[in-house]
Ligand binder design. Structure first.
Ligand SMILES: Nc1ncnc2c1ncn2[C@@H]1O[C@H](COP(=O)(O)OP(=O)(O)O)[C@@H](O)[C@H]1O
Ligand SMILES: [Mg+2]
Length: 219
């Protein structure tokens, strides 16, 4: 199954979630995973390089692709992998549009009470465009950097009523230092020397819902 982290805004957690989801898959099910860095900034690729330095191997296959190659190359490689995770950059690029035409699911990280809400219309339009050629594309907004007070779920549901192209998935990720701390060492939160159990549980719940839901729908 192909998952793309899709948000036209930067700094919402696309790369953080892409690398953590990719690693969660390799650890959980011993699956063969392809991590595609489709962002020109190359943050996921830098993470993978750091991971090789600190651990000797990534545990997944990492490639960097841009533009239309995101579609053609991923289509050519997908048969070799159980899961493909694509980190598409924070702008409306050919690479993001190409990824959306081949993905099973788009994950749209956002913070309900921030400027991220304003980009949902843009993302909704990209999804509508992609569905002309990829009608089965599912899209789930998930809250990243959630507020500990728990007000976010209601705000998110409200923000999304105006964007029927995107469903809300109740699998929020809190704002937790464990994410940047682990990433700085080339690790997922699951592999940190002293894992943050809340961060680990949130990641596992997100991965479970995302992959189980989409696999069930594909049957
Ligand atoms: N759940 C989280 N908790 C704490 N910090 C986070 C979380 N998600 C992302 N960050 C931090 O926010 C910044 C932006 O995240 P990043 O994944 O690079 O976003 P994007 O790829 O969308 O630009 C990074 O410094 C990252 O470590
Ligand atoms: Mg990024």
């Amino acid at each position: 199954m192909i998952v793309v982290l899709a948000q036209t805004k930067g700094g919402v957690g696309k790369t953080t979630l892409a690398v953590n989801l990719a690693i969660e898959r390799t650890l959980r099910g011993r699956r063969d995973v392809l991590l595609v860095d489709a962002d020109e900034q190359g943050t996921a690729a830098d993470f993978s390089a750091l991971r090789v330095e600190t651990r000797g191997a990534t545990g997944y296959t990492a490639v960097q692709l841009t533009g239309a190659a995101v579609r053609s190359q991923v289509l050519a490689m997908r048969g070799k992998y159980d899961d493909v995770v694509i980190d598409a950059g924070g702008r409306d690029t050919t690479g993001l549009r190409a990824a959306l035409t081949i993905a099973d699911v788009a994950v749209v990280p956002f913070q309900p009470r921030s400027f991220d809400v304003w980009t949902l219309g843009k993302v909704g339009q990209l999804l509508a465009d992609a569905r002309v050629i990829n009608p089965n594309l599912r899209a789930y907004a998930i809250i990243n950097c959630a507020d500990p007070q728990g007000e976010d779920n209601r705000s998110a549901a409200e923000a999304l009523t105006e964007h029927p192209e995107i469903e809300f998935m109740r699998a929020s990720i809190g704002r937790r230092k464990a994410f940047p701390n682990a990433a700085a060492a080339g690790l997922s939160v699951l592999e940190a020397p002293h894992p943050d159990s809340k961060a680990c549980n949130e990641l596992k719940i997100l991965a479970d819902r995302l992959f189980a839901q989409v696999e069930a729908e594909a049957e």
